[in-house]
Design a protein around this ligand. Structure first.
Ligand SMILES: [Zn+2]
Length: 472
């Protein structure tokens, strides 16, 4: 039921290799990823600083936007900061082959499910396996951006004259629906502008005479961009947009931005959302597939707290994860097998209750960080036969220790075979395993969804009251 940092690191290591080297006083780290047959280097440069009042992530996702990277280097060498850039072919888009099919994506359109589908369809073709590898890459990128820690994400971009400009957002413009407020600098180059999600930063930059657009969170198109994702997560976001070649102008914009944020000190909103945001739908698993066996331990007294933590109304998951699980069920049923689900979405209040009873990160995810169960993107499952009886596994569900590890080998061969059957079936549909818990799987793209303290159950949480702290 927990997702530990250590296991996350293990999973990442399987996907990427890490090298570090020094460049002057700057520390640079490169992590290489594969998406299909494409190799993408994610380069992080840390420019030392004496004081960093606000924790900011500077990111460049388009490999052809060299002016932005040069301008950021000019500024961050003086002021300090952390810049992450994608490098692959020098082109804006990423092209990869998977299963004999060519795919193409805009790497700034991959952070939500709707955006991934749209970019794959617009530039090539959508397929579930292509979506899965891109979703997993998006999760890793967001981790490298350190989105759990920062108070501000600054994306740096370059554009071609007159194609994408601030004027597009003015009333009557092609992108007017995406903007809540527009401030255009009279006589300024409309290719050089800021696009922000935070009203305070909007005002600070407009006061300094810049062209600025404030994203309209209610009406913005879900194109999977970093601005849409940050808006949903409550993380302040600024896009510093300048024409290719406007290095001096973009550096001046970045300096002004740093001055502005030193004054306004942007803070992220609460990490927790009480309702699913747009594009995130919590569904009852049985509404998607009623052949999956449900054994909702936290709705019974058969769990670590000995109390019912939520009403017995079924297991909920984010829709795309539920549909993914239904595909696993279909493939298992063709072989006379099936899934039994112990838990899926878990409200943050329940995570806190578990933590109160067992405040040990080896066993329970710290609610301050949130579990992927809180994002409705993790599921705890085991294997059943055609009659719905559990197949024996190397350990019990929620047993903590070596026997629960997915590489534990000292168990009867039929138990190891059952674990392997479950692992293979889940991985075949893109689910990602957890090294320390054979029953826990994450859906790729889990970072698209926030930690939620929603109640989808049509009944109150904690029917037996709140569990008490474990006595020392
Ligand atoms: Zn779990």
């Amino acid at each position: 039921m927990k997702t530990s940092m250590r296991d996350c690191v293990t999973m990442v290591a399987a996907l990427a290799c890490l090298t570090t080297f020094a460049r002057g006083d700057d520390a640079t780290a490169v992590r290489s990823f594969t998406v299909g047959d494409a190799r993408i280097d994610v380069v992080t440069t840390v420019f030392p600083a004496d004081d960093k009042p606000v924790h900011v992530a500077f990111v460049s996702v388009h490999d052809d936007e060299d002016t932005a990277v040069e301008a950021a280097g000019d500024v961050l060498r003086d002021r300090g900061g952390r810049l992450v850039e994608l490098r692959h072919t020098g082109a804006r888009e990423i092209v990869f082959a998977l299963g004999g099919t060519d795919h193409r994506i805009d790497p700034n359109r991959i952070f939500t499910p709707a955006g991934r589908r749209a970019t794959l369809e617009a530039l090539s073709t959508w397929s579930q396996p292509a979506d899965d590898v891109v979703a997993a890459f998006a999760d890793e990128l967001l981790s490298i951006f350190a989105v759990d820690d920062v108070n501000l994400v600054v994306a740096i971009h370059n554009n071609t004259p007159d194609r994408y400009t601030a004027a597009n957002y003015a009333p009557g413009g092609t992108l007017a629906a995406d903007a809540a407020r527009v401030s255009l600098r009279p006589g300024g180059d409309p290719d050089d502008f800021f696009f922000v999600t935070d009203a305070v930063i909007f005002s600070a930059l407009a006061d300094r005479g810049h062209s600025v657009i404030l994203q309209n969170e209610a009406t913005v198109t879900d194109d999977g961009s970093l601005s849409v994702w940050c808006g949903r997560m409550g993380i302040p976001y600024v896009n510093v947009e300048a024409e290719h070649g406007h290095r001096t102008e973009q550096a001046a914009m970045l300096r002004d931005l740093l001055d502005a944020i030193a004054t306004v000190q942007p803070r992220r909103g609460g990490r927790v959302q009480t309702e699913p945001p747009p594009g995130c739908e919590l569904v009852n698993l049985h509404a998607i597939d009623d052949t999956i066996v449900i054994d909702n331990r936290y709705a019974t007294t058969d769990n670590v707290t000995g109390m019912r933590l939520y009403p017995d109304k079924g297991v909920f998951l984010e829709r795309s994860a539920a549909e993914r699980l239904a595909r696993v069920q279909s493939s298992l049923r063709r072989r006379g097998l099936g899934l039994k689900v112990f838990d899926g979405y878990r409200p943050l209040a329940v995570q806190k209750a578990l933590w109160a009873v067992k405040p040990d990160p080896r066993y329970v995810a710290d609610p301050a960080l949130g579990s992927r169960h809180n994002r409705a993107s993790a599921v705890d499952v085991t294997l059943v036969d055609a009659s719905g009886s559990e197949r024996p596994m190397p350990s019990a569900f929620d047993e903590f220790g070596e026997r629960s590890h997915i590489d534990f080998a000292d168990a009867p061969s039929d138990r190891l075979a059952n674990r392997e059957t479950l692992q293979k079936a889940m991985r075949a549909e893109g689910f990602m395993p957890l090294a320390t818990e054979w029953w826990h799987f994450d859906a790729p793209g889990w970072r698209a969804f926030p930690v939620m303290d929603a109640n989808p159950y049509d009944g109150p949480l904690f029917p037996d009251g709140h569990p008490k702290k474990e006595s020392p």
